[in-house]
Design a protein around this ligand. Structure first.
Ligand code: UDP
Length: 235
């Protein structure tokens, strides 16, 4: 296996599956199976999950809501998703812990770095909810931050597309995929991988990012096994 400890970033929207809102039980069960395969290979798995399937602070602000209030709602949405993913993983007998950046002690542990690392060493999947705990950030930033903190080897960004393209492959038939690309080239070419804050944090800390299609069965294991089926962003 190429990686020993991974940080998997899943967007909230990915959990919607075919639905327009919320959580698709079939999709989350499929993700749990994919994650279980990787855990069974002895890979240590940390996960950051988004909340866009439930609420985004920017969407609230667009309707006149205070941005910070909206971001708090968005962060709570990520906790809901984290709990749902924990349930799905437990249904397939994978041991997990949820750690939240917002204190919500009755339902999740607070984020404690050393404790998170201990869970990982013991083979438990650690799901980080609540984003960074701060408004005006995204869960991509939370993913990079947590990956660096727990010393993950790589951040795996599971998306609907199978990598980074020269232009949007859903709009441009001539778009071609990069197998690997440097952080500098992503910026130079103006490509969109993560928001700028998250991307820069990853670059400064030389944390590689792999963008891949999470919706094809077996892909997560292939990535962890070192098969380049997505795009690797590296220094
Ligand atoms: N959010 C936040 N701080 C964070 C992470 C998330 O305020 O550190 C809020 C923000 O409102 C965001 C929402 O939570 O819109 C959901 O997260 P995100 O949009 O990153 O989810 P995704 O797009 O991955 O589903």
């Amino acid at each position: 296996m190429q990686y020993k400890r991974i940080l998997l970033k899943l967007s909230g929207e990915a959990l919607m599956g075919e639905k327009q809102y919320g959580i698709d039980p079939k999709r989350i069960a499929e993700y749990a199976e994919e994650i279980k395969e990787v855990v069974e290979k002895g890979i240590q798995v940390a996960i950051v999950i988004g909340g866009g399937n439930i609420f985004r602070g920017l969407a609230g602000a667009a309707t006149g809501m205070d941005r910070v209030q909206g971001d708090h709602m968005g962060m709570l949405a990520t906790v809901i998703n984290a709990l749902a993913l924990q349930s799905a993983l437990e249904n397939v007998d994978v041991q997990t812990r949820v750690q939240s950046a917002i204190k919500i002690n009755e339902v999740a542990e607070p984020f404690i770095r050393r404790r998170a690392m201990r869970h990982l060493e013991k083979g438990r999947v650690v799901i980080f909810g609540g984003g960074t705990g701060n408004p005006y950030f995204t869960t991509d930033s939370a993913a990079v931050l947590r990956a660096i903190e727990v010393e993950a080897d790589v951040i795996l960004k599971g998306t609907r597309v199978d990598g980074i393209y020269t232009s949007d492959p859903e709009k441009d038939v001539n778009a071609t995929k990069f197998d690997t690309i440097s952080f500098a080239d992503v910026l130079l070419k103006g490509l969109k991988v993560m928001d700028t804050t998250a991307f820069t944090l990853s670059q400064e800390n030389e944390l590689p990012i792999v963008v891949f299609d999470m919706n094809t069965r077996g892909n997560l294991l292939k990535i962890v096994d070192g098969q380049n089926i997505g795009t690797v962003v590296n220094v």
